[in-house]
Each structure stands twice: as structure tokens, then as C-alpha cells.
Design a protein around this ligand. Structure first.
Ligand SMILES: *Cc1c(COP(=O)(O)O)cnc(C)c1O
Length: 454
């Protein structure tokens, strides 16, 4: 591996680079960790150290690193047409082809796609689109969108307003008006004495209560991640999504699935809506759409919505310069062709998913783990002082941060969300690599417990 003058790079970083989601003084105390190369499920830093990237970058490199076909596709597209827009009645070949591909892999009845550059802007598009949908049918007041506490829908003004992260709302006077947040289906911490089934129903029925309280003629849409990712891999009880389906249908509230993490195999099927049987009218997607090789997002809409917008919507006064960017679309298309032709999702489901989840289940035995849970290629560990009571070490996330740093020292990238450790390896991870992941996690948990008890 090539190595670099890390301290010189860290010095430049310190002087000039303002990072996203970073406490800068914290980072400077040890220097930014500079990642320089990647292959398969491994990343390498500027000192040549290797790490098993159990985060797939940021939940996105679903087909793994180092697929040179994607680089080749980008190069060819840049030579042929590096850029053109889709405004004012034009289109580019890769955007048309990718839109058709998305119609073929999404559930029946979802056939039209709007493109953007990030999951956040896709969710901004959803806000504008659902309000426009109701408005152009004569219901401009049907503009409230219901979301959930501890949801993550991105970091733009609308995305973070839809999201339910109080630390994000605290900066910048969010949320914007006409967004309502109901409680999340987080059984481990909030289930109390209920069974998972009862709890799932109760949390879903908060949507119905909210609709009735606001008046059904005020509620435009409900948005949710099939599994909350950044909130800590919150997997809803089985009763949750069917009840949400029922309520949305009963009150004609549009159901928006944020598939930015769950899409493209993460839960064992093409989409989280497939895994949970969610009857979505709209899906937002990004991350796995290009496996992170290019920044691109998509909002796929139902025929019902598309038909209304076609007949009554007039001009949709929304779009991004890079909507349908030809290079991003070409790379995403190639990524999906690889997934489809190599049967990456189906192969992972048949060969490695249960194996990974059997290892996750074993982690329940570790004395630092209050709950180990997972689904597909997602996993989460609740770090606690006392597994019997769920008592945490503290409310500052010390256990999580300690565990994350020890993991890095062991050559493993996991993420800490408070005291929840999460992981989501590339779908191409092998059984041997799952064994390696499991060994590294166990070692990291042992060392973390020692450090915390010292
Ligand atoms: C990452 C994420 C987003 C935001 O995507 P960006 O590309 O970072 O803007 C939105 N929704 C969910 C569920 C996500 O995980």
C-alpha cells in the first residue's frame, strides 16, 4: 500500500477542511483519519493500515470496493457526454435507461423517477412533491407530513426537519412548519411491559391519532425508513408496517418509504418495502443506488401520483442542475446491472445473510451487550453496564465512543450511535470475512469492557 506523510496531511486538514458531522477539537486531538484506498471489504489509511469496513463507507458500498467496471463506465460516459441537464424538455441517455431500470426493480405500480444528487435532496423533493400533489387537486392545506422521532432523512433544511434528531433541530431553528413527529418503534428501549406485537401496533396507531387530531384533510403524507439506520438500526416489530399500511390507506395519506439505506439489498431483498410489505406510494433512494461510486439519488413515484401530476400539475418548479447527471446515472445503472446479473442480493441472501445474523445472535451472550439485533446485512449492539436491566454506563455515549476507537485500533470500522454500535458490511462479504468480523467484534467488546471497568 502506498503511504503518505500523514501528519502533514492532518495539518492541512486542520487548517482548511471543515468537516460534516464532526466535533473538530475532538478530531484534532488525534488528527483526522485519512483514508486513501479500498478493495473488496477493506479500506486502507494514509499509513497503509488495513481495516475491515463493516460500515460500507456510510451504509452505501453495497457491492464492495474496487469494481473497475464502474470506473470504466464513468470514463466512457465522461468522454461521450460529461454533462447535460434534464431541464426544459431534454434528457440524457443514462438517465432514461436508469429510470427504466428502477421501474423494473421497484414494486409494481412505481414507474416514474425524479433524480437528485443525495438522499437529503431526494427527501426535499418528496416534501415539495407531495404538497404539490395535493395542492394541484384543490387541497393546498393538505400539507402536513408525519414522520418519527429519531428518524434520519438527511441534513438539508427539509431533510433534517423531516428527521427526528433533536440535536439537529437544535441548530438552525428546525423543524420547518407542518412536519409532525410521532414516537418510533424502538422496542428495546421503549417497549416497556408490552409484547413486541402490542408495541408495534401501539406505535403505528400514533399515526392514526395524529391524523385524527390534525384532521385527515390536513395530512399529506407519512414518511419512514423501513428500518431506521442512523437512529441505531431500529427494527420495527412485525405488526408495525402492516398497521401503518392500513392507516395510510384508510385516510388516503401518501406513504413514503425512505429507502436510502434499506434499498438495494441491505435488508435481504431489493427494497425494505419488499422485506416488510410496505405499500409505498413514493420511495426515496440514494447510497446503494450507485454503491457510493457516484453521488446520486432518486425519488420513485406511483402511477397514481404521476398521473395526477401529468394531468393537473403543470410545470414542476423544482430540480437540480445535476438531476439526472449522465455520469452518475451511467455508474448507477452499471451498479444495478452488476447487482442484477451477478445476483448479488439473491446470492447474499442465500449464502451469507443467515450466517451473518447467526453471529449477531451469538453476540447477545457478551456481558457488555444488552441486545444484539439485526436484519439482512444490518446489525446493532446495545452496549450496557447491566444486560439484565439495560442500564447504560452513562448518558454521554462513553461506551460507544470507547468501543468505536478500540475497534479502529483493531482494524475494524463500526459506528457508535450513542451506546449503540452499528454495522452494515458490503453484501459481497464472504463467510471467512464474516468470521473475521465476528472475531474482531468479540475482541473489541472484551477490550471495551476492560477499559470501561477500569
Ligand atoms: C443517509 C441518509 C439520508 C441522506 O442521504 P445523503 O446522501 O447523506 O444526503 C436520508 N435518509 C436516510 C434513511 C439516510 O440513511
Amino acid at each position: 500500500m502506498r503511504t503518505y506523510d500523514t501528519s502533514a496531511l492532518q495539518d492541512l486538514d486542520h487548517k482548511h477542511y471543515y468537516h460534516p458531522f464532526t466535533n473538530h477539537p475532538d478530531m484534532w486531538s488525534k488528527g483526522a483519519h485519512i483514508i486513501t484506498e479500498a478493495e473488496n471489504v477493506y479500506i486502507y489509511d494514509s499509513d497503509g493500515n488495513r481495516y475491515l469496513d463493516a460500515m460500507s463507507g456510510l451504509w452505501c458500498v453495497n457491492i464492495g470496493y474496487g469494481r473497475n467496471e464502474l470506473a470504466e463506465t464513468a470514463k466512457l460516459q465522461m468522454e461521450q457526454l460529461p454533462y447535460y441537464n434534464s431541464f426544459f424538455q431534454t434528457a440524457q441517455l443514462p438517465a432514461v435507461e436508469l429510470a427504466e431500470m428502477l421501474a423494473s426493480v421497484t414494486p409494481a405500480g412505481l414507474n416514474r423517477t425524479f433524480f437528485g444528487c443525495s438522499g437529503s435532496d431526494a427527501n426535499d423533493t418528496i416534501v415539495r412533491l407531495v404538497r404539490h400533489f395535493w395542492s394541484c387537486q384543490g387541497h393546498p392545506d393538505r400539507n402536513v407530513i408525519v414522520s418519527r422521532k429519531n428518524a434520519y432523512h438527511g441534513s438539508t433544511i427539509a431533510g433534517s426537519s423531516l428527521g427526528g434528531m433533536s440535536s439537529m433541530h437544535a441548530q438552525g431553528g428546525l423543524p420547518i412548519p407542518n412536519i409532525r413527529h410521532i414516537n418510533q418503534p424502538y422496542f428495546y428501549r421503549e417497549g416497556g411491559d408490552m409484547t413486541p406485537e402490542e408495541f408495534g401496533l401501539e406505535r403505528a396507531r400514533e399515526l392514526e391519532k395524529t391524523i385524527l387530531e390534525l384532521g385527515p384533510d390536513r395530512v399529506a403524507a407519512f414518511i419512514g425508513e423501513p428500518i431506521q439506520g442512523a437512529g441505531g438500526v431500529i427494527i420495527p416489530p412485525d405488526s408495525y408496517w402492516p398497521e401503518i399500511n392500513r392507516i395510510c390507506q384508510k385516510y388516503d395519506v401518501l406513504l413514503c418509504a425512505d429507502e436510502v439505506i434499506c434499498g438495494f439489498g441491505r435488508t435481504g431483498n431489493w427494497f425494505g418495502t419488499d422485506t416488510f410489505g410496505i405499500a409505498a406510494d413514493i420511495m426515496s433512494m440514494a447510497k446503494g443506488l450507485s454503491s457510493g461510486y457516484q453521488p446520486i439519488s432518486a425519488v420513485v413515484i406511483s402511477d397514481r401520483i404521476g398521473d395526477v401530476l401529468d394531468s393537473k400539475g403543470g410545470e414542476f418548479t423544482h430540480g437540480y442542475t445535476y438531476s439526472g447527471h449522465p455520469v452518475a446515472c451511467a455508474v448507477a445503472l452499471k451498479n444495478l446491472e452488476i447487482m442484477r446479473d451477478e445476483r448479488i442480493i439473491e446470492t447474499a441472501r442465500e449464502n451469507t445473510q443467515d450466517y451473518l445474523q447467526s453471529k449477531v445472535a451469538l453476540l447477545n451472550r457478551h456481558p457488555l451487550v444488552g441486545e444484539a439485533r439485526g436484519c439482512g446485512f444490518l446489525g446493532a449492539l446495545e452496549l450496557v453496564r447491566n444486560p439484565a436491566t439495560g442500564e447504560r454506563y452513562d448518558d454521554k455515549g462513553t461506551a460507544g465512543k470507547t468501543c468505536r476507537d478500540i475497534a479502529i485500533g483493531n482494524g475494524l470500522v463500526m459506528r457508535a450511535i450513542g451506546d449503540i454500535m452499528v454495522f452494515c458490511p458490503p453484501l459481497i462479504i464472504s463467510r471467512d470475512q464474516i468470521d473475521e468480523l465476528y472475531r474482531l467484534i468479540l475482541k473489541t467488546l472484551d477490550q471495551t469492557q476492560d477499559a470501561l471497568n477500569r
